[in-house]
Design a protein around this ligand. Structure first.
Ligand SMILES: Nc1nc2c(ncn2[C@@H]2O[C@H](COP(=O)(O)OP(=O)(O)O)[C@@H](O)[C@H]2O)c(=O)[nH]1
Ligand SMILES: [Mg+2]
Length: 288
């Protein structure tokens, strides 16, 4: 252990001891305060999940960017990368799960969430291992959920047009995002700033309720998940998340983006057919 790690461990222990002392005093004063003290003792378990595909060149930076103490465990699911993602993730001490076959981004998230639930997560944060999203917002996302304001937090990459385009989002992605986000807000009765962000955080209950195993193995998994969250009545909202654009952080090309956009519109159709009772979909069937 380095001196710095030892100092931080000492500080953490000292913090625990003093809060335990305060809790004991509160408990001895009055039973109502005791319940407050009990509440203060419960530290939620936050698990970060990383759906990875050829992330060797950005993984270490992404992990270093996560503020210390904000997550209790990081699970990386590798979707058959052809680079050294798995070896590096193990070296960095992450919990690593490797797919035997390439399943796709949706398939990857299914493994991420199933394992996060198995590992007793109270809150699950998805962060891409491509060093694109600013991890400092993890804590804020969890706080907003702890306060009961939201069940499902999206990171919004778009504050102003100028900032987003100057930041490097390709113009065609920006325009498609604005159009799709507007349509989705209207059709789903929401007011999110960015329906297509890769920064997402959930309360455990959201992942226990949404039958995400029925979703697509491809990118449209994300759009299905959002429609499902609306269907099951979860409170969704967003917080701003700064992003970085560089070659390794963005591999989705024009063709795949178009396919994703059209499939997303398809999901809106499936949602409304289900809602009107014209054609029921398994996507909206509660988990048994
Ligand atoms: N499983 C899988 N994941 C992929 C593939 N391509 C990209 N991803 C993952 O999908 C996420 C989003 O891709 P990215 O290129 O960063 O998209 P962008 O930032 O929105 O342009 C990243 O976490 C990638 O690891 C793929 O072919 N298979
Ligand atoms: Mg990216």
């Amino acid at each position: 252990m380095t001196d710095e790690q030892e100092r931080q461990a000492d500080e953490a222990t000292a913090g625990d001891a003093s809060s335990t002392g305060v809790d004991e005093v509160l408990k001895s004063i009055n039973p109502m305060l005791a319940s407050v003290a009990g509440h203060a003792e419960q530290k939620p378990r936050v698990v970060a999940v990383m759906p990875a595909y050829n992330a060797e060149s950005t993984l270490e930076k992404t992990i270093a960017d996560i503020p210390r103490g904000t997550v209790d465990e990081i699970i990386l699911v590798d979707d058959c990368s052809t680079d050294g993602t798995v070896e590096l993730a193990k070296k960095l001490g992450l919990t690593v799960i490797a797919h035997e076959n390439n399943r796709g981004y949706g398939g990857n998230q299914k493994t991420c969430y199933a394992h996060a639930l198995e590992r007793d997560a109270d809150y699950v944060v998805m962060i891409h291992p491509d060093y694109q999203y600013d991890s400092r917002v993890i804590d804020v996302a969890v706080k907003v959920m702890q306060l009961g304001i939201l069940d499902f937090v999206m990171g919004c990459r778009i504050r102003t047009r100028k900032e987003t385009l100057d930041g490097g989002m390709p113009v065609y992605k920006y325009i498609a995002n604005r159009i799709l986000t507007t349509i989705e807000n209207v059709l789903l009765g929401q007011n999110l700033g960015d329906f297509h962000s890769g920064f997402r955080a959930y309360k455990r209950e959201v992942l226990e309720t949404i039958p995400f195993e029925s979703n697509s193995e491809d990118f449209v998994f994300d759009s299905q998940f959002l429609a499902q969250a609306v269907h099951f009545g979860f409170k969704m909202g967003d917080i701003p998340v700064p992003v970085r654009y560089f070659d390794e952080a963005s591999s989705i090309n024009f063709g795949r983006s178009c396919k994703y956009g059209l499939s997303t519109l398809g999901v809106m159709g499936v949602y409304w057919l289900n809602r009107l009772g014209l054609r029921k979909s398994n996507l909206f069937k509660a988990q048994s």
